[in-house]
Design a protein around this ligand. Structure first.
Ligand code: CU
Length: 129
């Protein structure tokens, strides 16, 4: 019985060390706001893959480099800080938005104008825990 308790303690200690190490390797840099740029073209996002960390605000500068109107829309998300994200950008227009994700995983985004996603205007943000 004593042995089992001892083993349990070792497991707990190892788990605690794992958490501490992860905290250190993340470092303060990963918790400060990050930034990215996406060009909206006819009909693609460049780039169409971004990486973010859960709970860390990321500013994204959007520029419409196409001849059509475009937007950026995260269909599956309920998250704060999305105000204005879906608004339409006219050709040549630039806008900076702030994204903050509450959950890890791959969050896809699309241009929601008719036919644009089908034509290839899709992308994803990989959100790390
Ligand atoms: Cu579009």
């Amino acid at each position: 019985m004593k042995r089992i308790i001892g083993l349990g303690l070792v497991v707990l200690v190892v788990a605690a060390i794992g958490i501490v190490v992860r905290g250190v390797t993340r470092g303060p840099g990963n918790n400060s706001p990050s930034s990215a740029e996406i060009a909206l073209e006819d009909f693609r996002f460049v780039p169409n893959q971004l990486v973010a960390n859960v709970g860390v605000p990321m500013t994204v500068r959007l520029t419409n480099r196409g001849l059509e109107r475009h937007d950026i829309n995260f269909p599956s998300l309920h998250m704060p800080g999305l105000k204005g994200v879906e608004s339409i950008l006219e050709p040549g227009e630039t806008r900076t938005i702030t994204l903050q994700f509450d959950s890890p995983g791959t969050h896809t985004f699309i241009c929601s104008l008719p036919g644009h996603a089908a034509a290839g205007m899709t992308g994803a943000v990989l959100v790390r825990p």
